[in-house]
Design a protein around this ligand. Structure first.
Ligand SMILES: *Cc1c(COP(=O)(O)O)cnc(C)c1O
Length: 393
């Protein structure tokens, strides 16, 4: 089906569907077959060589997984897409495909906790030079990029303080030195932001979060230039971090309601951010939709909505965080984000658990910070819940 003129909500429902329907089934089936059989040995050979379309073995490609890959390809307006067992598998496959000994990567201090770990502990062991810049210091990032680098790795908005980086500006700087530009678009989703349209070469998603949307399946996706996606795909075929048909089906199912959920979460989060900002027991609110947020102007230019995640710091210390969080009712105190239900937790037990207290301080993560991922509940109920918990402090 040609969806080139369709809006995102339409593409999310229809992209990739149709080819697999057997006996008129209105939903693409879950194909849990490991291998695919052929009567014609010549045809088998052609497919094996990639000379004609088809499936051979599910570590490489699988029909259900292909449905999901097509959805992200269309939603990110990309030439190609491929998938992984988790978001971290997507990130490490991308980094290890392009960064071999002697290469240099420039990135941000505020990347996702697991990504930071790759930059700080793993890549240096393979003689990759890693430079992590202050996330919002665009001049400093441009200077580091201009020194020469092979890959520029960005994430925006960041976890957990929702810092915003200017993709267009930094991608342009990276182009001058021939670096591959990669953006983790997990927080924004393709509904709110399309990094490829801003100059990125590859976009990465932890599909575990908003794309799946129900906290019940894990996966990772990348989309972008065909030549680059192919390189990462060939590495993933061999290292084996492949996505299975069952979670692929669940993520594709979740994606059909992505636009509905994101629109709701955008509007609820903005309301909640304003509510918290005006509350005397709240010291600071970090949400790019607030005019007071330092990244608000850039966010307005590169995003269509500000997303469902915010963080806020309470007055007082960690004792207040404990009391507040355990008094909330409409929330799962859990890691992860981007689900239909509201999720909250302090970074020291969620996104940045891998880091030491010192490393968290270095990143400017206050001790009393709470990450709050707004679900699709009614926003009045969520505000009432926050109100009763704040009243106990
Ligand atoms: C969760 C997350 C990841 C890692 O994804 P997994 O599916 O948990 O491996 C990467 N980047 C961001 C921004 C995330 O929130």
């Amino acid at each position: 089906m040609d969806l080139s003129n369709s809006k995102k909500g339409t593409a999310a429902v229809w992209a990739g569907e149709g080819d697999l329907n057997t006996k008129g089934a209105a939903t693409s089936p879950i194909v849990n077959s490991v291998a695919f059989s052929y009567h014609d040995l010549d045809e088998w050979h052609e497919v094996s060589l990639g000379k004609s379309d088809g499936f051979i073995y599910s570590r490489n490609t699988n029909p259900t997984v292909a449905v999901l890959e097509e959805k992200i390809r269309v939603l990110e307006s990309a030439e190609a897409a491929t998938s992984f067992a988790t978001g971290m598998a997507a990130i490490s496959n991308v980094l290890f495909t392009f960064l071999t000994a002697g290469k240099r990567v420039v990135s941000l201090k505020d990347t996702y906790g697991g990504t930071s770990k790759l930059f700080l502990d793993f890549l240096p062991k393979y003689n990759v030079e890693v430079t992590l810049c202050d996330t919002t210091d665009h001049d400093a990032i441009e200077i580091e990029v201009a020194k020469g680098c092979d890959l520029l790795y960005l994430e925006t908005p960041t976890n957990p303080t929702l810092k915003v980086v200017d993709i267009k500006r930094l991608a342009a700087a990276a182009k001058k030195v021939g670096a591959v530009v990669v953006v983790d678009n997990t927080f924004a989703t393709p509904i709110n932001q399309n990094p490829l349209e801003l100059g990125a070469d590859l976009v990465i998603h932890s599909a575990t979060k908003f794309l799946c949307g129900h906290s019940d399946a894990m996966g990772g996706l990348i989309a972008g230039k065909k030549e680059l996606v192919q390189k990462v795909f060939h590495f993933r075929e061999i290292n084996g971090a492949s996505l299975q048909a069952d979670p692929a089906y669940m993520i594709a199912r979740g994606m059909k309601t992505l636009e509905l959920r994101i629109e709701r979460q955008n509007s609820s989060a903005l309301k909640i951010a304003h509510y918290l900002q005006a509350h005397p027991k709240v010291k600071a609110v970090y949400y790019p939709g607030l005019a007071s947020h330092p990244g608000h102007q850039i966010a307005k230019e590169q995003m269509r909505g500000f997303g469902g995640i915010m963080s806020f710091a309470l007055e007082g210390g960690y004792d207040n965080v404990k009391k507040f969080l355990t008094t909330l009712k409409l929330v799962h105190l859990a890691a992860s984000l981007g689900s239909v239900s509201t999720l909250a937790g302090p970074p020291r037990t969620t996104s940045h658990v891998e880091l030491t207290e010192e490393q968290r301080m270095m990143l400017g993560i206050p001790e009393s910070l709470i990450r709050y991922s707004v679900g699709i509940e009614n926003v009045d109920d969520l505000i009432q819940d926050l109100e009763q918990a704040l009243a106990t402090l």
